[in-house]
Design a protein around this ligand. Structure first.
Ligand code: ATP
Ligand code: MG
Length: 581
C-alpha cells in the first residue's frame, strides 16, 4: 500500500504542522500551550475542555476534528471534557439533532460520562447576569428594528452611531427587560444590548445584542422563556460557569474574544482561556451545517446520513470506522491557517484501517456468465479461500466452485489492446483460489452484446498453480452462479465536482457543482454465498474492487445492499490529475 504523501495531500500546512503519520501524538500548538499550563500549574493542575455543538444539524468531519481535539487532549493530560449543547436558538434546533449528535460522539469513541450540559441550563443565571449588567449601566433595552441596528452598526471602515435608546435610565431598562421576559412585547420589537463602544474598530463591540424576543417553544425549557440569549453572550459565560480552562474554538471567533472578555471582566467572573484554531476544510465537499441542510432539504442527497455526506452519520453508514476518522484528525494536525485537506488523505486513513480488519470475499458487480464446458454437470467443489492475508487469525473459508460461474464483464475483452492481460478468446487466466481457465467461445445476443463465455478448465491447476510451471498474467475473481447471492451495490464518487467550494464565483450557488455521477447503483450484483448472512454494518474487502459495507438502512434479511466505502487505490486522484475537475 502506498505511503500517504502528507505534503501533497495538504495544500497548505497550518502553523501547527501536520504531524508525522504513525507517530502517536504529533505536537501541535494547543497541546504545547496545555502542556506548559499544566507544568506551571496555571489552573491548579486542572484541565477542562468542552465540545459545544449547536443542535441545528448533524455533526460533520469538521466537528470530528474538534471532538477529537477536545476529548483527546483532556484524556491525554488527565483532564475532563464537557459535552455542552449550545441550544440558544430554539427556532433552528431540534431534539433529533440533540440525539444524533450524542450518538455520533459516542460512535467516535468518546465518553463524557455525566458531563452533559446545555446552555439552556444557564438561562436563569444568564438572565441574572444581564440584570447585573443593566444595573451597572452596561446594558440597555433598544427599540430599533433589526434593520436599523444593522444600519447604525457602521462598517469595517466607518464607525457606528449610537442608538437613541442608549441613554435610557437603569430603572427604565430594568422595567422593560423584565417585561420582555414576561412576554409583553412582540418578536423583534425590542432587544437587550451591551453598552460598549459604537466607534470600536471591532464591530463585535459595537453594542452587540444580548437578548432577542422569540416566542418559540424550546425543546428543554418549553415555554418558560420567550426571549433567548445570543450565542455571543451565552457562550463565554457558559464556559465560565462550568469552569472550563481551555476553550478551543475556530478562528472566526478570534474577533469575538474581546467581547467574551468584556462580559467576563465587567461581571468579574471566572475567566477561561480561549484558543482559536483553523477549521477543517475538506476537498470536494462542504462543511457547513447550513449548506448540508440545504442539500438535505432540496433533495440533492437522501438525508443527513446519505453515504455521500461528510457527516459522521453518512460516513458511518458508508463504512468509515471511528479509528480511521480519529487517525485522520490526528494526522491533519492543528494550526492557525486554514488549509484545504485532500479527501484522499481521509480515504487513505479509511483504507489503511480496513485493510487490517476487513475480511476478503469475492463479488461480481457486473456479472458475465461463464460455462466451464469440461466441468461435470452436477459437481460442486468447496475450495479454500483465505479470509485476510493481513490477519492470519481471521482463518479461511470454503467457496463453492461449479460448472457455471460469473466473472466481471470488464475482465473480458474480445479485441483487447496490448496491455490487457485478462481474459480473451484463446487465453488462459487464473481464477482466484480455483483453477486456470481458457476461453474457447463467446456467445452474443442479436445486438452483438456478449452474454456468455465458454471456457475449459485444467483440473491439474486446482488451488491456482500449474504443476508444469506455466504462467498466466491475470488472476480474476468470480462467484459460482447457482450459489451466488444477489445484491444491490452502490458505488460512490465525490459529492461535488469542484475541490474548493469556498471559491464559488459570485452569482453561482455551490449546488451547481454537485457531481451528477456521485451515486451509481448496480442492482444485480452476484456475491459469494457467505455474504447472504452479512449483518448490517459489516465491512468487507471485495477482492480487486474495494471495501464495502452492508447498508444499515436499506438492507433486508437475505437481501443485503452494499455501499462501497472506498476503492482499493486512489483511483479518482488519477482521474483528477488527468484533468477532470
Ligand atoms: P457549521 O459552520 O458547520 O454550522 P458551527 O461552528 O456553527 O459549524 P457548532 O455546532 O457551533 O457548528 O460547532 C461545534 C464545535 O465544532 C465548535 O467548537 C466549532 O468551532 C467546531 N467546528 C465546527 N466546524 C468545524 C470545522 N470545520 N473544523 C473544526 N472545528 C469545527
Ligand atoms: Mg456555530
Amino acid at each position: 500500500m502506498d505511503a500517504p504523501e502528507t505534503d501533497r495531500n495538504i495544500k497548505e500546512k497550518g502553523t501547527g504542522g501536520t504531524g508525522g503519520a504513525g507517530s502517536a501524538a504529533p505536537s501541535n500548538f494547543i497541546r504545547a500551550i496545555i502542556a506548559e499550563d499544566m507544568r506551571t500549574g496555571k489552573y491548579g493542575g486542572r484541565l477542562m475542555t468542552r465540545f459545544p455543538p449547536e443542535p441545528n444539524g448533524y455533526l460533520h468531519i469538521g466537528h470530528a476534528k474538534s471532538v477529537c481535539l477536545n476529548f483527546g487532549l483532556a484524556g491525554e493530560f488527565g483532564g475532563v471534557c464537557n459535552f455542552r449543547f449550545d441550544d440558544t436558538n430554539p427556532s433552528k434546533e431540534e431534539v433529533e439533532y440533540v440525539e444524533a449528535i450524542q450518538e455520533d460522539v459516542r460512535w467516535l469513541g468518546f465518553d463524557w460520562s455525566d458531563r452533559l450540559y446545555y446552555a439552556s441550563d444557564y438561562f436563569g443565571k444568564l438572565y441574572e447576569y444581564a440584570v447585573e449588567l443593566i444595573k451597572a449601566g452596561r446594558a440597555y433595552v433598544c427599540d430599533l428594528t433589526a434593520e436599523q441596528i444593522r444600519e447604525y452598526r457602521g462598517t469595517l471602515t466607518a464607525p457606528g452611531r449610537e442608538s437613541p435608546y442608549r441613554t435610557r435610565s437603569v430603572e427604565e431598562n430594568l422595567d422593560l427587560f423584565e417585561r420582555m421576559r414576561r412576554g409583553e412585547f412582540g418578536d423583534g420589537s425590542r432587544v437587550l444590548r451591551a453598552k460598549i463602544d459604537m466607534a470600536s474598530g471591532n464591530i463585535n463591540l459595537r453594542d452587540p445584542v444580548m437578548y432577542r424576543i422569540k416566542k418559540v417553544h424550546h425543546h428543554r425549557t418549553g415555554d418558560t422563556w420567550c426571549m433567548y440569549p445570543m450565542y455571543d453572550y451565552a457562550h463565554g459565560i457558559s464556559d465560565s460557569i462550568e469552569g472550563v480552562t481551555h476553550s478551543l474554538c475556530t478562528m472566526e471567533y478570534e474577533d469575538h474574544r474581546p467581547l467574551y472578555d468584556w462580559f467576563l471582566d465587567v461581571l468579574d467572573i471566572y475567566h477561561p482561556q480561549q484558543i482559536e484554531f483553523a477549521r477543517l476544510k475538506l476537498s470536494y465537499t462542504v462543511l457547513s451545517k447550513r449548506k448540508l441542510l440545504k442539500l438535505v432539504n432540496e433533495g440533492h442527497v437522501h438525508g443527513w446520513n446519505d453515504p455521500r455526506m461528510p457527516t459522521l452519520a453518512g460516513m458511518r453508514r458508508r463504512g468509515y470506522t471511528p479509528e480511521a476518522i480519529r487517525n485522520f484528525s490526528e494526522r491533519i494536525g492543528v494550526g492557525k491557517r486554514e488549509s484545504l485537506v485532500d479527501l484522499a488523505l481521509l480515504e487513505y486513513c479509511v483504507r489503511e484501517d480496513l485493510n487490517r480488519r476487513a475480511p476478503r470475499v469475492m463479488a461480481v458487480l457486473r456479472p458475465l456468465k461463464v460455462v466451464i464446458d469440461n466441468y461435470p454437470h452436477d459437481q460442486v467443489e468447496y475450495l479454500d479461500a483465505v479470509n485476510n492475508p493481513e490477519d492470519p487469525s481471521a482463518g479461511a473459508r470454503k467457496v463453492p466452485f461449479c460448472r457455471e460461474l460469473y466473472l466481471e464483464q470488464d475482465d473480458f475483452m474480445e479485441n483487447p489492446p496490448k496491455q490487457f492481460f485478462r481474459l480473451t478468446q484463446g487465453r488462459e487466466v487464473r481464477l482466484r483460489y480455483a483453477y486456470f481457465i481458457k476461453c474457447v467461445d463467446v456467445v452474443k445476443d442479436e445486438k452483438g452484446t456478449i452474454i456468455e463465455l465458454h471456457c475449459t478448465y485444467d483440473p491439474a491447476t486446482r488451488g491456482g498453480d500449474a504443476p508444469d510451471g506455466r504462467k498466466v498474467k491475470a488472476t480474476l475473481h468470480w462467484v459460482s452462479a447457482p450459489h451466488a447471492v444477489s445484491a444491490e451495490v452502490r458505488l460512490y464518487d465525490t459529492l461535488f465536482r469542484k475541490d474548493d467550494l469556498d471559491e464559488v464565483e459570485e452569482g453561482k450557488d455551490f449546488t451547481e457543482f454537485l457531481n451528477p455521477a456521485s451515486l451509481e447503483a448496480l442492482p444485480s450484483c452476484r456475491l459469494e454465498p457467505c455474504l447472504g448472512e452479512a449483518k448490517p454494518g459489516a465491512r468487507f474487502q471485495f477482492e480487486r474492487l474495494g471495501y464495502f459495507c452492508v447498508d444499515t438502512v436499506d438492507s433486508a434479511p437475505g437481501k443485503p445492499v452494499f455501499n462501497r466505502t472506498v476503492t482499493l487505490k486512489d483511483e479518482w486522484a488519477k482521474l483528477r490529475k488527468a484533468g477532470r475537475q
